[in-house]
Design a binder for this molecule. Sequence first.
Ligand code: CUA
Length: 342
Amino acid sequence: MGRKRWKKMARWAPAAAVAMLALSGCGFLQGRQSVLDPAGPVAQGQLGLIESSFWIMIEIFIVVSAVLVVALIRFRARPGQTELPPQVHGDNRLEFLWTIVPALLLALLAVGTVKQSFADAGSPLVPHSMLVQVTGHQFWWAFTYPSLGVVTANELHVPVGQKIELALTSADVLHSFWVPRLAGKTDLVPGKINYIWFQADKPGLYYGQCAEFCGTGHADMRLIVDAQTPAKFNQWVATMSHPVSTPTTALAKEGEKLFGTIGCSTCHTVGGTTFAGAVGPSLTDLTGRLMIASNTYPNTPKNLYNWVHDAPSMKPGVLMPSFSYLKAPQVKALVAFLESLK
Ligand code: CUA
């Protein structure tokens, strides 16, 4: 390509950059983890705070730019001017002005922030709410519904239009609960319980992420909030309360036996069986989950096979050990058992 042509193309570079920013901006605004696309009252309130500080900053930018431009034009060096302009050292009026204005703006932001913080805190208990205990683990989420007797992992089911009170704590290190379209961020601290609340206005899947570095698997500590109609939510609760965990095929029965003998049951609970490990995520109604590995892979038999066979190769830092010493038929049997959990 000739030099001229390059020069011609370079002329379009700024416009192209702006267009690219605008296009990626669309995705950013409506992304599945965007605070700019709130889906409930808490996220809406937080967006209000972002917007008010944004506009305050825009106003500061305009005022400062305008003053700068006026100063540049009015006090520029003129042709033939040789002597220095009058030197000014200190101006009490100006000093006072640029101390008081930022102080007032900061006070304004502080009032909004403190107000919003108190409004979002569910320091127990938000009236008419449903309590869910959230426990962060390296690197997955445990959800317990004390009033329903339900325990699940990584997918938080909630009815739409219902205030959900979260009691957040950690089993090991610091984590942070963040579902940008609904609520957060709030830290999960070992030995302490933090309370927040949220509400999803419309049914749908809302994606979240651990927002506090907690170790190698931090980036894969994802979560999904599945906001359902009250009828669908009640159906889910009924399934979780009476899980069907009796395998019917010979292969699945073989898998159930293996689950108990090779050590899976020391970590995992399976509702409807005697398996009651509490170290790893509960596998009750595993077939009902969209994803595995704390929402890192779609819940397909193939992914489940690879996961059981050698989890560390799929998710760096995962605490589940590799079972690569198992023979293929044994892994198949385990997967058949897991696929029978309804
Ligand atoms: Cu848990 Cu980062």
